[in-house]
Design a protein around this ligand. Structure first.
Ligand code: ATP
Ligand code: ATP
Ligand code: MG
Ligand code: MG
Ligand code: MG
Ligand code: MG
Length: 277
């Protein structure tokens, strides 16, 4: 079927393929969440409900996109590693960025009320998204180290800042001034000596961010084994077809788990060599 005389405009849409065989990092960040968190009365420095909602939206994304092998979130942002062999949407950049950003955003809104039952959304939140291509493992490791270091720096600052304001009675202007030019050691010192807080004892979720990985599920151990029963026979009391599927499945089943651990040192990566394949 020949196109209409208008169809030539389609030629102005240029292809935007992402280089094959390279790691893709997809990062999204809440748009103006400084305001959004104020308007929705997030607790400071860290609102756990908001962080858990971010984790849930990230999990939804990973459930729909098996090419995402790792997620890392802090504050209003999440980074995802898409494996380098992915052929997702033929690696069309705007298709991937727009679809993933949109799904994350709609999931965030979809699940809002489960995490904030007493605080209805005042307006629709938005996220920006981008993809960065990295040539090798070194850069991927450094990328995630960069984000987790950022988590640490921001959280240490915010923890002391809000302690000065909420418990120390300082105004936000005063607290900024108090912290001006202080190094990490001095911030730990203020927390400990003035507020009796050992920074290393506060919730790992706040200090380390959220890392989402796929974990193999050991095949349902509570289900009685039918090893000696030929697959074509139906087993009374069991639903035959799914029992057969279970036995013929080739890929192990996985689930997505949320960790709050160090991802800068080798240990995390050594234990999960598949992430960087
Ligand atoms: P931009 O649109 O440029 O990203 P922004 O206002 O979102 O602007 P960010 O640098 O992304 O700025 O910072 C997000 C801000 O959202 C944080 O500084 C913090 O004030 C707030 N925020 C996000 N998540 C939480 C949370 N779980 N608890 C408390 N505050 C949060
Ligand atoms: P892609 O992800 O590539 O866009 P798609 O399934 O969304 O795939 P489109 O070409 O965008 O394909 O077509 C959208 C389809 O959604 C339509 O073909 C139609 O079947 C359905 N659809 C969208 N809006 C309506 C509507 N208002 N009423 C009925 N059907 C609709
Ligand atoms: Mg930003
Ligand atoms: Mg933001
Ligand atoms: Mg941010
Ligand atoms: Mg469509």
């Amino acid at each position: 079927m020949a196109g209409s005389k208008y169809a030539y405009v389609r030629n102005f849409e240029l292809p935007d393929p992402l280089l094959p065989g390279t790691f893709m990092v997809f990062r999204l960040d809440g748009h103006s969440f400084h305001r959004f968190s104020d308007e929705h009365k997030f607790t400071k420095p860290n609102d756990t409900r908001a962080l858990e909602l971010m984790d849930h939206a990230a999990k939804d994304l990973m459930e729909q996109y098996p090419d995402i092998v790792l997620g890392f979130g802090e504050s209003d942002e999440f980074s995802f590693l898409i494996r380098k062999s992915a052929s997702l949407y033929n690696r069309r950049q705007s298709k991937i960025v727009s679809t993933l950003t949109s799904l994350f955003t709609s999931s965030y809104v979809f699940r809002w009320a489960s995490y904030f039952p007493d605080a209805p959304l005042k307006y629709p939140p938005a996220f920006d998204g981008r993809i960065i291509l990295y040539p090798g493992i070194r850069e991927i490791r450094d990328y995630f180290s960069w984000r987790q270091t950022d988590t640490h720096i921001n959280n240490l600052y915010n923890t002391v800042f809000w302690a000065l304001v909420q418990q120390g009675g300082e105004s936000t202007t005063q607290a900024h001034a108090t912290l001006e030019g202080t190094v990490s050691k001095e911030k730990h010192e203020i927390l400990f000596s003035r507020f009796n807080v050992n920074y290393n004892a506060i919730d790992a979720r706040f200090r380390k961010g959220s890392t989402l990985v796929r974990e193999e599920i050991s095949e349902e151990p509570s289900v009685p084994s039918h090893e000696n029963v030929p697959a074509r026979l139906s087993v009374p009391g069991s639903d035959g077809p799914s029992a057969i599927r279970m036995r013929t499945r080739t890929k192990p089943r996985t689930r997505i788990v949320v960790l709050h651990c160090d991802i800068i040192k080798d240990e995390f990566w050594d234990a999960r060599p598949d992430i960087l394949l």
